[in-house]
Design a protein around this ligand. Structure first.
Ligand code: ASP
Length: 315
């Protein structure tokens, strides 16, 4: 199917249940997910590149307060927003990634700039921001990332930490806080695959903690030979399992189909106590979106006319 194209996106996985969600919030999420996937899909339907489609879809979610990326990023223990992102072109394996940036409005745009303009793959902190400045990317004051909801989430997390007297950083989609990292995967009409992920990481994270989102192979991977993958959930487990690459490896070396490979990787995650989900598309345009959590904000759209927006298990 040389001209079959499609895109899938996620906005985080976790304890997201219909019972705990107001009608207004649910509608807001569905609207934003539809907007994001439509923007990516239009690029693909105009014969655009998968790489451009995943970047554009992720940027829509970075600019929304709803998700833990860009504008809606969670706070670190010190009350900062340190963001991670990565993007990969499955046709060349060229990739770009950023970790712990604090002033970049759209971390995925910076990751893309690193992919195309830098000899390196992963830049971090101040150095990454200097690179952003040099390439005229938009930098913003810390205030831009302040949202009351995220601030309250940090205060709650610190409270819990005091009670348990242990190090306590939390996913932003634990029972109280159910909004997450964003990502996109696509196959364009030329048969090229791409993946992108962007995240504020975990609430109350410390010591410069960096998650799986900027780690190629853990949070993000694409290879035209197999598939494109973006993950969300407890990053440490995705790093230990090299989960995004593992899906590709199972397909390449064991001849597994996408659904089988993604299900197996999520089963492995569960075995080790990790929670989360992933979105993936294969070189034939098949899509899989497994998770071991009650919900994951997600959507998919292909040129066979299918568009689906889902939040909970099955709907
Ligand atoms: N995977 C991200 C991290 O661990 C968090 C998330 O997906 O919500 O940084």
């Amino acid at each position: 199917m040389p001209d079959k194209f499609g895109i899938a996106i996620h906005g985080g996985a976790g304890t997201i249940t219909k019972m705990s969600m107001s009608k207004e919030m649910e509608a807001a999420y569905r609207t934003k997910l539809s907007e994001s996937i439509t923007v990516g899909y239009e690029i693909l339907s105009n014969k655009g590149r998968a790489l451009d489609a995943v970047q554009a879809a992720v940027m829509i979610m970075e600019d929304s307060e709803l998700f833990n990326a860009g504008k809606g990023a969670v706070f670190t223990h010190e009350g900062r927003n340190e963001q991670d992102a990565s993007i990969i072109d499955g046709s060349t394996l060229e990739c770009g990634a950023v970790a712990a940036v604090m002033r970049v409005k759209n971390p995925i745009k910076l990751a893309r700039q690193i992919l195309s303009e830098s000899e390196h793959v992963l830049l971090s902190g101040e150095g990454a921001e200097r690179f952003a400045q040099l390439h005229n990317l938009e930098l913003v004051d810390a205030d831009y990332f302040y949202t009351e909801r995220r601030w309250n989430q940090l205060q709650k997390s610190i409270e819990r930490e005091k009670k348990s007297e242990s190090d306590y950083s939390q996913l932003d989609h634990t029972p109280d806080d159910k909004h997450g990292t964003v990502g996109a995967v696509a196959r364009d009409a030329q048969g090229n695959l791409a993946a992108a992920t962007s995240s504020g990481g975990m609430t109350n994270k410390k010591f410069g903690r960096i998650g799986d989102s900027p780690i190629i192979g853990a949070g993000t991977y694409a290879n035209n030979k197999t598939c494109a993958v973006s993950t969300t959930g407890h990053g440490e487990y995705f790093m230990r399992g090299v989960c995004a690459y593992d899906v590709s490896a199972l397909m390449e070396y064991k001849g597994m189909r996408l659904q089988q490979a993604t299900d197996l990787v999520i089963a492995g995650l569960s075995e080790h106590g990790g929670t989360g989900g992933m979105i993936a598309i294969d070189r034939n345009g098949n899509i899989a979106m497994p998770m071991n959590t009650p919900g994951m904000y997600r959507a998919q759209m292909s040129n066979d006319g299918l568009m689906e927006v889902k939040i909970y298990d099955g709907e």
